[in-house]
Design a protein around this ligand. Sequence first.
Ligand SMILES: C[S@@+](CC[C@H](N)C(=O)[O-])C[C@H]1O[C@@H](n2cnc3c(N)ncnc32)[C@H](O)[C@@H]1O
Length: 441
Amino acid sequence: MLASTPTADPFTLQLQQIRGLIEAHQLPQAAQALNAAQQQAPKDARIPLLGMRLAERAGNLERATQAARRALALAPDWHVAQIELALLLARQKQGDEAISLAMRALASAPQEAQVMVGAINVALSAERHEQTLKWAEDGVRRFPESAGIRLFLARFLAAQGRLADATTHYEFILQRLPHHEETLQGLLSCALSMDDQARARTYAERLLALKPFDENARYWHAVVHGQTPPTQPAQVVTGIFDGYADQFDVHLVRGLQYRVPERVAQILLEHHPDRRFNLLDLGCGTGLVGVYLGRIEGHIIGVDLSEKMIEQAARHQLYSRFHRVNVLDALRETPAEHYEAITCTDVLVYVGDLAPVIPNALRILKPGGHFIFSCEAAAEDEADLVLRPSQRYAHKASAVERQCREAGFDDIRIEHLPTLRMENNQPLPGFLVTARKPPAA
Ligand SMILES: C[S@@+](CC[C@H](N)C(=O)[O-])C[C@H]1O[C@@H](n2cnc3c(N)ncnc32)[C@H](O)[C@@H]1O
């Protein structure tokens, strides 16, 4: 929108500085500078578009949308304003208007690969999957050398289970960019999902050769060699959830019958009918535990690695604060006896080994407090910790119970859930643990 060029005029440079302030989250300074710029050039559509970014950063989607509409009113044929407004509307599920604006933008700037990328993201955000696929395929035809569009298409096809098609596109990118990490990663995941161990190993070797000390490369190398690494690296987690945040609630709750946060909220309210307690929600995701709980008298603190998931959770305005850190770090660094309750729903499937989790949860809880968490179930004749082909960990209930008891929890209740959620149209069994720290004597 405000690309820095050596010939940029002073006013454009001024706008670029304002954008820098917004990106650095210096919002009051940005607002002041933007007001001054607006007085200088009231008809410049770039100014309301910056206003849109400012409002978006401040978490005010309604204001952001108004500002984007103002920009479009000033420059009705400007494809940037069309796409920016379309993206905002798509995020608010106003799909029809979003798609029609994206179409206008594509018609206004047919040669711009960036507009194609924008349109694809509009369709994705509006959950118009057919349109997303159509535009991504069009994009690859019209901009065959755009690795970004092809990568998107490959990822989209892989997510839809079209692994062979995804592999073809990934291979195309790899021929041109033989060291492209994300492409190697995509090929590796496809090979694993197709149970092609030999090819998975080849890609894992290439990934590790590229980055021998990288946690992610080491993780995949261990996985393809049949080992169970103790935890998933942050990059694997954010790779899944940053791209999934917009659709998470609809997909998991409605599509996959995921009910754990609702049940957890119920248990919390049984323990605290007066709603007076402080809660640490580890791996808060889009904030479903908070949503089912509603407003409480204490604080809800959310921890998650995915910025996009936190953005969704922040919209509910129920959490007092968020920390974008690994739950393992949060557990290690939170002072003792701080919370009446800790929740961790559908997160330990990514965290894996509970050895650093359970004792720290006990330490952080106030006496009498509860740690409530869900696990995917491993059968009793399996290992205590199993990494499934889905790349999620399953835990054995008896081992989890033992770990809680050995850490010092006294009242440990395990609720077996025949359907933790659906997977490949089959119920996936799991269990919910409620473990109490002994009350003060
Ligand atoms: C399936 S979602 C569940 C979200 C929420 N707890 C719920 O039940 O709706 C898993 C969440 O855990 C987060 N997550 C997974 N591993 C994590 C880790 N090691 N540290 C922090 N967040 C993690 C992901 O980013 C994602 O938002």
